[in-house]
Design a binder for this molecule. Sequence first.
Ligand code: SAM
Ligand code: SF4
Ligand code: F3S
Length: 463
Amino acid sequence: MQIEQQLPPRKVWFRTYGCQMNYHDSERMMHHLSNVNFSRTEEQSEADLLVFNTCAVRDLANQKFYSHVGETKKIRHQNTKQVKIAVSGCIAQTEGKELLKKYPQIDFTFGTDVIDNIAEMVFRSFAGDDRFSINTWDKSSDYSIETKVTHNNPQAFINIMKGCDKFCSYCIVPFTRGREKSRKLLEIKKDIERLVEHSGVQEVMLLGQNVNSFGKENNERFADLIMALEDIKGLELVRYTTSHPYDVTPEMISVHKDAKKLAPHLHLPVQSGSNTVLKRMLRQYSVEHYLSLLEQLKRANPHMVITSDIIAGFPNETEQEHQETLRLLEKARFDSIFSYAFSVRRGTKAARMQDILTDDIRGKRLREIQLLQLKIQEDHRKEMSGKIYKVLVDGTSDMKGIKKWKGRTPCNRLVHFTYPSHDLDLTWHWVDVKVISSTALSCQGELVFDYGKKAPNSDHNPR
Ligand code: SAM
Ligand code: SF4
Ligand code: F3S
């Protein structure tokens, strides 16, 4: 409150890169800044504070940020008012000091574990204490927060844990997000109850790098958390991301049969279809184990939709190992995948491997993976034709000059649909949509029923 009185009204502009956790962090920072008289602007030119919330997961993410921050050099020359430039997130955690040296226009950098102190850092910077970098870790053993939402919509991200202890050999995340820590089950439940009651939230996305290892240090289990959310009146849909195949337990599988509010979707990154590559990636499971998990999940709920991540061209991947990944795609028949060419991350085990692969080979393998997956996706989307899905409408899109409403099914597929009347705003309505045609990437449908802004019931399987 004291700070609020000392700061005049100002505007903040955000650019966020990377995963949902980072987007959620930006929202959390916005909440803290609004307490000290900041409002958000989409116009960089009218902002008093620019925040780049960065991602370090692949080289491309770094390059995008370097190019965007490079462009801010001119702001210093064009602007007469005092503009502060801050860099947060995963690059700032590991390279904060280097960034200050390399880009004189940056005023301060701060890492992933101090975002709740953003107001103090901004105050310090505007007070003239410039060019500092903070990347300390929160040393306390427990992790306790209250979710902050700054939007006015029924979807909310909920951090249930932070960090990652897996240290997959290619991945920077354990270095940028620190060790795993979970919030307590009861705290999360109360947090969501509050959001449902006071902020109109109906759908939550539980976030963690590996939610299956939720609660280990507190003797709590992720499956119990999901079941505990079942009795929150007014909560309609529960999603979660991401899961690691090593930690998928029998309880986790049966919760997909028992929990009525749980979305019939699981994002379960496999990374490679070759056991020898999985070993080098330090993933701790085999292809056979992974496929048996998929079978068990389908048995628990036949409507389950599985999506995944694949890395093409891990160091020294042979043509045969790559072919094994293509064969896995054919067997697993994922609903969709995120696929990436391997990218060296400084400090990881894979960065120390002697590698004979070239960028050309990586690119070629990535294209082969994507081409095959597109065919598989096309088949899946065709099978959706004629079925009715419940969709929470999140906006519109312009498709060849035609305005269409859009939203995601509980199984996380994007659906576009038309509605004859342009007067009614369907945003955040729950609707039934019948799919009539599809491509590999999306489905076109027509409105069957509009339930309005309150969800009808918790059956999330297609009819
Ligand atoms: N925690 C999740 C997991 O274990 O699968 C996701 C972590 S990461 C934020 C998202 C995806 O980025 C990974 O699943 C992996 O496919 C990809 N990724 C991570 N490091 C990479 C690297 N060095 N090169 C290419 N892709 C990478
Ligand atoms: Fe990275 Fe592996 Fe942790 Fe996922 S589980 S965040 S890929 S180290
Ligand atoms: Fe990127 Fe950090 Fe997320 S590296 S993917 S923003 S955890």
